[in-house]
Structure formats: structure tokens, C-alpha cells
Design a protein around this ligand. Structure first.
Ligand code: SIN
Length: 283
């Protein structure tokens, strides 16, 4: 089967002509790797893969990083469950973020497989941090070049999380938890602008969920500067929605994109399986 790579609007690319239930041949894998590095997020449609095949595909890219804060799949702990039950109000990932920026070696990417979808809604938005970097106005670029930012998971997953009340309903049934582990984490520092390890392109690497502050700036100046960066990164010109269907898979690069799970399907269940792949320190 010949592989076709079709741009997905402003962000990402759809890969046609692959069957992820079987190992990809080296040439096909090389094409998929190149598309991933170039576009930041790749999408597959009409796939039918088991949990084990999901794990095997993930292992083609690196070591699996088992999520410490989401419930694990009962049989395959490599798979984190991203579930919203019919009666829940809050969802996982309902704010712009990139996974695991709170790690010293942030995750390479995450592979999300749709397992149960609401009749409508439940899309995921992606924003390209390559495009956001390329579109930086000069006066903002010059103020953030060479700066570093502190990231953390404690305010999101820890016992003193500001959002604790908001996510009570998910914590109480065990789908987000492990606050004690989050409390013990040290906060890493990453460049605000990175050189992407696969593509060599530059990308903005701060995000509204996990970035605490810009190193070396007073609190107010850091907050204002981060808000300015976020307002820029949230521009519609850098974003595209992905509408899930049965058999859809999204594989995003956490160093090149942000994502956001819409929470617009109350009263319906949505179950996604996520595998996150370990990355490396960023420069
Ligand atoms: C996530 O943020 O990892 C989940 C995204 C989604 O459920 O669409």
C-alpha cells in the first residue's frame, strides 16, 4: 500500500495507506517519522487495533512513559485511561497543554486511540508551536529568546492543586489521583524556545497548564509575559480541530504542539486510550 500524507488544515497531517495492526515496514515507518517531525501531529483513520498493537506501535518510537496520575488500563498498565463518564462534568485535558512538560525529560509524544465516542462533540484541538514560533512578532521574540521557564505538575495533580475542587468528581472515582507523588516532584526548567530534537525547527515550549513562571523575572512581569505568549499561541491561525470517529488515532508531538480536549458532550461517555512515549532533555 502506498502511503499518502495529506495536510490536516492548519495543523498536522493525515496518514493514509497504513494499517497499524501490523508492524510498519522500515520504509513506511521512515515516512511516518518524517511526517511526525514535520507536522507535529499525525492522524490515522479507520484503524482497528488491539491494546497490544497500540503498545507495539508506541514501542517503535521509544520507551513508554507510564502516566503517574491517570488510571491505568487494568490489563495493560502502559495505557492511561482518558475517560469521561456520562455523569461527570469535568474532563481530562480540558485546557491548552502539552503532556509531561513537568518532567526533566519531557515526553516525545502521545498516541491517543478512540475507544468509545459521544454521538457528537468531544473533538480535540491542536495548536502548532512551530507555527506560533514562526509567527512571533519581533518585539515578543526578542523578549523571550534565551529565556527559561519553570514547569510543574504539583499545582495540577498535587494535594494543594488550585483545580482540586474542579476535578473532585474525577479524583473521587480514581481516574485522576496520586497527589502524594505529584507533591514530591521537583520542578524542571526548560527553554521558552526550543530547537526541536527531530526536526531541528524552533518551537515555543511553554503552556498554560504546566508552566509556572519565567525564570529570573519578577512574578508580575513573568505572568504578564506568559499571558502575552499564550494569547499569541492561541491565535486561530495556529489551530485546527480533530473530529474523532471510530477507528481514529492521533499521535502528537509534545515538543511541537499544544492540545485541548473539548468538553461539550455532557451526558455521554467518552473513552480514549493514551500511551505516552519518553523523550529527552530539551535545548
Ligand atoms: C489529553 O489531553 O491527553 C487527552 C486529549 C483528549 O482526550 O482528546
Amino acid at each position: 500500500m502506498a502511503i499518502e500524507i495529506r495536510k490536516h488544515g492548519r495543523v498536522g497531517a493525515e496518514i493514509l495507506g497504513v494499517d497499524l495492526s501490523r508492524p510498519l515496514q522500515p520504509e513506511a515507518l521512515a515516512q511516518v517519522r518524517a511526517a511526525f517531525a514535520e507536522h507535529g501531529v499525525i492522524f490515522f483513520r479507520d484503524q482497528s487495533i488491539t491494546e497490544q498493537q497500540h503498545i507495539e506501535f508506541a514501542r517503535e518510537w521509544g520507551t513508554i512513559n507510564i502516566n503517574r496520575f491517570f488510571a491505568a488500563h487494568p490489563v495493560h498498565p502502559e495505557i492511561a485511561l482518558v475517560v469521561k463518564e456520562r455523569e461527570q462534568q469535568h474532563n481530562i485535558g480540558g485546557g491548552w497543554h502539552t503532556d509531561h512538560s513537568y518532567d526533566f525529560e519531557p515526553a516525545l509524544g502521545s498516541i491517543l486511540v478512540a475507544r468509545a465516542l459521544p454521538p457528537q462533540g468531544g473533538a480535540t484541538a491542536f495548536a502548532s508551536m512551530y507555527a506560533a514560533y514562526d509567527g512571533l512578532p519581533e518585539n515578543l521574540r526578542s523578549r523571550i529568546e534565551g529565556r527559561y521557564a519553570v514547569h510543574s505538575a504539583r499545582h495540577v495533580f498535587g494535594s494543594k492543586a488550585a483545580v482540586y475542587e474542579a476535578v473532585q468528581d474525577t479524583r473521587s472515582d480514581g481516574r485522576i489521583g496520586n497527589a502524594a507523588a505529584a507533591d514530591l516532584l521537583d520542578d524542571p526548567v526548560h527553554p521558552v524556545i526550543i530547537t526541536h530534537p527531530l526536526s531541528g525547527k524552533r518551537a515555543i515550549y511553554v503552556n498554560p497548564s504546566f508552566t509556572l513562571h519565567i525564570q529570573g523575572l519578577p512574578e508580575e512581569a513573568s505572568r504578564t509575559l506568559l499571558e502575552e505568549i499564550y494569547a499569541h499561541c492561541r491565535s486561530p491561525e495556529f489551530q485546527e480541530d480533530f473530529h474523532w470517529r471510530d477507528g481514529s488515532i492521533a499521535f502528537w508531538d509534545n515538543r511541537a504542539t499544544w492540545h485541548y480536549a473539548y468538553n461539550d458532550y455532557h451526558g455521554h461517555r467518552r473513552e480514549m486510550h493514551r500511551i505516552t512515549i519518553a523523550g529527552s532533555a530539551l535545548t
